[in-house]
Design a protein around this ligand. Structure first.
Ligand SMILES: C[S@@+](CC[C@H](N)C(=O)[O-])C[C@H]1O[C@@H](n2cnc3c(N)ncnc32)[C@H](O)[C@@H]1O
Length: 351
């Protein structure tokens, strides 16, 4: 496609920017046995499922944030101060002290400009992005019996949403290593973590697949670089750039990072693999490849309160997805919870 036609595509209404390959692939993903049921018991057609998906992703993202329970002395007071400012808040079911912002024209507010944000008492974070830390089972490090040497790695960390969430769960104790490959993305990471008020974080600038050591960390969050097909609501440009042929290239990096993360994990440790993508190649099929290469890795169910999940994948383009992967991992379609799209798998390294 030439420069001129690219510019023209950008000028079109969003609905007209949807590429045929996008519609074809997502209709296929939405044609499995786990579709919605109608009142008469019949299933929605794949075309109806696709329409709902497309209608959702062409709408702007619902804003959400989390109260930083380390910086805010009193989360209830912080919540109340926001309500007093006229914000209409709805709890995020799967994350404590996290809220969706109900939007109407009168209370329209930029969360990033709130005083509570400057103070680091709230962290603006998309609700699906809160899911990996929620299932990492961070122990209470303020308890006298908890290990002082508890170590966590956030392998791909900028701009630091999950790092900040994990640090709050660690109550600023133990050690949290935040790694980021892209030098330019270290600035925002540093600013976000400083504002959040932590002193138990070390930032490193490495290719995650090259981090040295064996069985070093108790927990690892691998929020992998991906195509971003789950965040079209935030970045509509992803729709124009959508090209499944590029997935193969990024798959190599995702697999290397997952294998290295597993090597860095202590026995008995827990790691999550996540992406903000809804493409099977970087999600269920990547987990399948990882489990073929690392058969001892134990896939465990991801449990999140109140999360709605339709259209879990059982196969894609003739490739069967093992039942264990369909059942135990989480595929978040934007239309199910009015969020972005996301995928999450959780592994334990046996003792
Ligand atoms: C999905 S984003 C991470 C978002 C972050 N976890 C958060 O919640 O705020 C993926 C990040 O991985 C970084 N990245 C890409 N390749 C990497 C690699 N080989 N090693 C470490 N980080 C990498 C990207 O620069 C990007 O900042």
């Amino acid at each position: 496609m030439g420069k001129k036609s690219k510019k023209n595509l950008k000028d079109l209404p969003l609905k007209e920017q949807v590429k045929p390959i996008f519609k074809e692939r997502f209709t296929q993903m939405l044609s499995g046995p786990n579709r919605r049921k109608k009142d008469d018991g019949t299933l929605w057609t794949p075309e109806e499922e696709y329409e709902l998906f497309e209608e959702t992703i062409l709408r702007a993202q619902r804003k959400s944030f989390r109260i930083n329970t380390y910086k805010s002395q009193n989360p209830q007071k912080t919540y109340q101060s926001l309500v007093d400012k006229g914000l209409k808040l709805l709890p995020v079911p799967w994350s404590k002290h996290a809220y969706f912002l109900e939007h109407d024209k009168e209370t329209r507010s930029d969360l990033g400009n709130l005083f509570e944000h400057f103070l680091g008492e709230i962290y603006v974070q998309e609700a699906t992005s809160m899911t990996p830390p929620e299932v990492l089972e961070i122990p209470d490090l303020s308890s006298p019996t908890s290990p002082e040497s508890f170590r966590v790695l956030d392998m791909c960390s900028s701009p630091g949403s999950k790092t900040s969430q994990i640090a709050a769960m660690m109550k600023n104790k133990g050690l949290l290593v935040a790694n980021e490959l892209d030098y330019k993305r270290l600035g925002p990471l540093k600013i976000n973590l400083e504002r959040s008020g932590f002193s138990n974080i070390v930032i490193i600038n490495n290719d995650g697949a090259q981090i040295d050591g064996i069985e070093v960390f108790d927990r690892i969050c691998l929020d992998a670089p991906c195509s971003g097909s789950g965040v079209i609501r935030k970045s509509p440009g992803t729709l124009r750039a959508y090209n499944p042929k590029k997935l193969r290239q990024i798959n190599g990096i995702q697999l290397k990072l997952a294998i290295r993360a597993y090597e860095l994990l202590k026995k008995g440790g827990i790691m999550t693999y996540s992406t903000c993508s809804v493409d099977p190649e970087e999600n269920e099929l990547l987990v399948k490849k990882f489990m073929e290469q690392v058969p001892e890795a134990k896939l465990v169910p991801v449990e999140l309160d109140g999360l709605i999940q339709h259209n879990k994948l059982t196969e894609f383009k003739g490739e069967k997805i093992p039942e264990e992967i369909t059942e135990k991992t989480v595929r978040i379609w934007p239309q199910d919870n009015d969020t972005n799209g996301f995928y999450l798998a959780k592994f334990v390294k046996p003792e």
